[in-house]
Design a protein around this ligand. Sequence first.
Ligand code: OGA
Ligand code: MN
Length: 285
Amino acid sequence: MLNKSFKIRPLSDTFGAEIYDIKLSGEMASEDLAQIKALWNRYGILLFREQDIGKDELVGFSRLLGSLETHVRSEWLNETHPEILQISNINVDGKPVGALADGEVGWHYDQIYLPRPALGSLLYSVKIPPDGGSTFFADMTSAYERLPRALKDMVDGHQAIQSYDNFNSMYSTKTSGKQTNLTPNIAQPLVRTHPVTGRKALYLCPGMTIAIAGIDETESADLLEQLFDWTLKKEFVYKHKWNVGDGLLWDNACTMHRREPFDGGYERLMYRTTILPPNDRSVPF
Ligand code: OGA
Ligand code: MN
């Protein structure tokens, strides 16, 4: 018998889709899971609304998509479920329970600074402020495919330098000595081939990309500025306004994201899992 197809609604002209009538858990029918994976590859971001799930279901579902990573920011891992990184402005006993507090969080690709970056992140909203705190995503596949010829010629075959330290100094807090040693600046291809779909995307972001390798500093700064302006054009950007119970799964090989600030008088708490790519294609190429 044919399995039912999920009803979906595209979130923008080029990427993102909401999937209806689905409850995330660690036990999904294999046909449903195959469909979800295909939609994730096709759309880059999947939205699952009204989930009302616990940590077991969140982690269980995430595991169906790949091995999970324990994030390097160990201070913000969930106590009972260390596969969950907490994103929050809540303090307990004067200590933040999560990353990213309430300020602006500039455009970034999660883990672009690691030799084997995660392929996906699933962010689940537990508590949200009444205003602000929306998350924006940019479709870096379309941004690459529509790049004017002259710019395309300048990026193909190049590498760029990625810096977690740069991001933290602007939007977060410093890493510990041990964490700093695990996250030195590294070079990554400026155009990344998706490890599953084979499509190419721009692999750079204003928050972490500090230079293009092998060209002079002024030329590099100028080219990066042009590329950032291009990728942030309205046609490539989707804004997600959160409801409690939203799960948002993004493809970290072809979308970057930023969060707008919100009033720190309100609490925001999100649970994030981090999904690794297949081992044999985990180094960006
Ligand atoms: C993340 C992230 C932004 C947000 O979880 O990687 O950047 O809106 N989150 O919480
Ligand atoms: Mn992020």
